[in-house]
Unconditional design. Structure first.
Lengths: 156, 373
C-alpha cells in the first residue's frame, strides 16, 4: 500500500515527542494507512459508523461537562471531563483542538476498580475529530485509542 | 554484481556528502555568537549563546517562565512581551493570542529563537521563581484518585510564596515517556512552612504527570519543582470570601484557610468554602475542615455531594456545587461587607460559578481564579 504524502507528514507528527509527549501510535508498528484500513474494516464488521460514533462521543462529552469536572452519571455510564492548558493541532493540519480528556466507564462498576483500556475509555476533542474525519482510532497501546470492539461494547 | 552495488553505494556516498554539507552550513548559518537579552528596560541583562528558543535560554540563566508543554507551542503559557522586532507572529503562536496581545508584541517564548540582541518584558515575580530540589517525604491517599504529596526541600533551600500560588512539577522520563514534562499544581502547604511543598494531585486518565505521581512516585524519591507562580491570592479587603472548589481544587484553599487561621491574617474577612464531590468516596479532609469550622467562627464549610448513594446516609447539602452556591448566596451569606469569589477547578466549573456569582450581584472584577486550562 502506497503512503500518501499527507499521511507521511501526519505520521511524523504522531510520533512521541512531536505534538504530544506520548504521541498517537502507542506501540503500533503498522503503517498509518494499515492502522486506518484495519479499523475501518472492523467498524464495518461491527456495524458501526464513524460519524455516528463521533456524534455519540461528542454527546457524552457535553453531558459529562455538566459534572463541572467531577464524575457524573449519564445513562449507564459514568463520565468525567478534564481540561489541560492549551490546544493541540490535528496531525493532518486541519484543525486545532482544546486539550482535554474525557473518561467513560460503566456506572455500576466502582471507579477505583476500572482499568484504562479494559473498563474505561479515554478520548478528547481531537480524538473525536480524528475518528470523524480521518477514521483514525489511534495506534494499539495509545492511551487515547478508541478500540472499535471496546467502543461498541461500552457506548452501544 | 558490481553493477548492483554501484547504485546503493552512490546513494550512500551522496547522502553522506549532503549530510556533511548540511552540518557545515548549519554551523555557519546558525552560529549567532553571543547575544544580549535586556529584560524590563535593562533591569537585568543576560549575555547568552544565540540560536536557541527564548524559553530555554532564559531557563538556562535561572529565569523560569511558566510552561506546561515542554516548548511545543501547545500550552500557550509562556507568554512574554518582546519589544525588539523578531518578525511576524508564527502560525503556532496565533491561536493563543488575542488581537490586543498581538498589537502589544506578546509572543510565546518557546517559539521565538534568540538570534540577535533582544529586549523583552517579564513580570517581576518571575525573577523570584526558583528551581527546587526536593525529596518525597510522604504520599497519602486522600481518595481512590487523589494523593497528598509532601515534598521536603533539600540543600537548605527555602520557599517564599503566597497562599494560592502554584508550582510546576518536573516529571522525569519514565516508562514509555522519553522526555521530561512539567505540569502546574497549586500548593496546599502553609506559606509559614518554608521547607516543604505540599501538592494534591488527582489521577487524570491518560495524564502523563498524574500517572507518574500515582503509579511511579515513591517516598524518598528526588523531585524537581519550579515556582512559585500565579496571581491567585487572598485580597486584603473586609469583603466576605466565597470560595468554591471540587476535587484537587481543594489545594489552594487548604493553604489559604490554614494560613489565615494560624496567622490571624485578614481578620475582618468572613469565609465561606463550598466543596463539591460526587459521592462520599470522592470527599476528603471532611472531618479536618469541619473541626476547623467549629474552632474558627468566621469560617463556614459547606461540603456538597452531587450523586450521594442512599446507603451513604449523607446529611450535608446535595446538588451540583453551583446550585448549592446559588442557594447559599441568595439566602444565607451576609452580603453587608461585600462578596469576593475565589475559584479553583475546571474551566467549566469556574465559568459556571462565575455565572452564578454574577447572577447574584457579584462583579467579575471581584471573582479571582487561576485557570489551569
Amino acid at each position: 500500500m502506497k503512503t500518501k504524502p499527507e499521511d507521511r507528514i501526519a505520521y511524523e507528527k504522531m510520533l512521541p515527542g512531536v505534538l504530544t509527549a506520548q504521541g498517537f501510535l502507542g506501540n503500533d508498528i503498522r503503517p498509518l494507512a494499515e492502522i486506518i484500513m484495519e479499523d475501518e474494516q472492523e467498524f464495518i464488521r461491527l456495524g458501526l459508523d464513524f460519524e455516528e460514533v463521533a456524534d455519540r462521543l461528542d454527546a457524552l462529552k457535553q453531558a459529562g461537562e455538566k459534572g463541572l469536572g467531577e464524575p457524573i452519571t449519564v445513562g449507564e455510564l459514568l463520565v468525567q471531563t478534564g481540561d489541560a492548558r492549551g490546544m493541540l493541532p490535528c496531525p493532518w493540519g486541519d484543525g486545532l483542538y482544546h486539550k482535554n480528556a474525557i473518561s467513560i466507564q460503566p456506572a455500576d462498576k466502582p471507579q477505583e476498580a476500572c482499568v484504562e483500556g479494559e473498563d474505561m475509555l479515554i478520548f478528547s476533542d481531537l480524538s473525536i475529530h480524528l475518528l470523524r474525519v480521518h477514521h483514525f482510532c489511534q495506534g494499539l497501546g495509545s492511551p487515547f485509542r478508541l478500540d472499535p470492539v471496546f467502543l461498541k461494547h461500552l457506548i452501544y | 554484481m558490481t553493477q548492483i552495488l554501484i547504485g546503493p553505494l552512490a546513494v550512500a556516498i551522496i547522502s553522506t556528502v549532503l549530510a556533511f554539507l548540511i552540518a557545515i552550513i548549519d554551523k555557519v548559518l546558525n552560529n549567532y555568537g553571543q547575544v544580549k537579552i535586556s529584560i524590563n528596560g535593562g533591569k537585568k541583562v543576560l549575555e547568552v549563546k544565540g540560536g536557541s528558543p527564548l524559553l530555554g535560554t532564559l531557563a538556562a540563566e535561572g529565569i523560569f517562565v511558566p510552561s506546561a508543554c515542554g516548548g511545543r507551542g501547545s500550552c500557550g503559557a509562556c507568554k512574554c512581551k518582546v519589544t525588539t522586532d523578531v518578525g511576524p507572529h508564527l502560525p503556532t503562536e496565533l491561536p493563543y493570542m488575542s488581537p490586543a496581545e498581538i498589537q502589544k508584541n506578546i509572543r510565546l517564548s518557546c517559539q521565538i529563537k534568540v538570534r540577535k540582541d533582544l529586549e523583552i518584558e517579564l513580570p517581576e515575580e518571575f525573577f523570584s521563581v526558583k528551581k527546587f530540589q526536593t525529596k518525597v517525604e510522604s504520599i497519602k491517599n486522600l481518595t481512590y484518585d487523589i494523593k497528598e504529596v509532601l515534598l521536603a526541600l533539600q540543600d537548605g533551600q527555602t520557599v517564599e510564596f503566597e497562599a494560592g500560588q502554584y508550582v510546576q512539577l518536573v516529571v522525569p522520563p519514565y516508562g514509555e515517556i522519553t522526555e521530561s514534562v512539567q505540569r502546574a499544581y497549586s500548593m496546599s502547604s502553609r506559606p509559614l512552612d518554608k521547607t516543604h511543598i505540599e501538592l494534591l494531585i488527582r489521577l487524570v486518565p491518560g495524564g502523563i504527570a498524574t500517572t507518574w505521581v500515582h503509579k511511579f512516585l515513591k517516598e524518598g524519591d528526588r523531585v524537581e519543582v519550579v515556582g512559585p507562580f500565579g496571581e491567585f491570592h487572598i485580597h486584603d479587603t473586609p469583603a466576605t470570601m466565597v470560595c468554591v472548589a471540587g476535587g484537587s481544587g481543594m489545594a489552594p484553599f487548604k493553604s489559604m484557610l490554614y494560613h489565615m487561621y494560624e496567622t490571624g491574617a485578614f481578620q475582618e474577612k468572613e469565609i465561606w468554602y463550598f466543596f463539591g464531590a460526587r459521592t462520599t468516596k470522592d470527599m476528603f479532609y471532611l472531618d479536618e475542615l469541619a473541626e476547623l469550622a467549629a474552632r474558627w467562627p468566621r469560617f463556614h464549610f459547606v461540603p456538597a455531594l452531587s450523586e450521594p448513594k442512599p446507603e451513604e446516609n449523607w446529611k450535608g447539602d446535595v446538588g451540583l456545587i453551583t446550585d448549592v452556591l446559588d442557594r447559599y448566596v441568595q439566602s444565607t451569606i451576609d452580603k453587608s461587607k461585600g462578596l469576593e469569589g475565589y475559584l479553583c477547578g475546571s474551566p467549566g466549573m469556574i465559568n459556571a460559578c462565575i455565572n452564578v456569582m454574577k447572577k447574584n450581584g457579584m462583579t467579575e472584577d471581584k471573582i479571582y481564579f487561576d485557570k489551569f486550562a
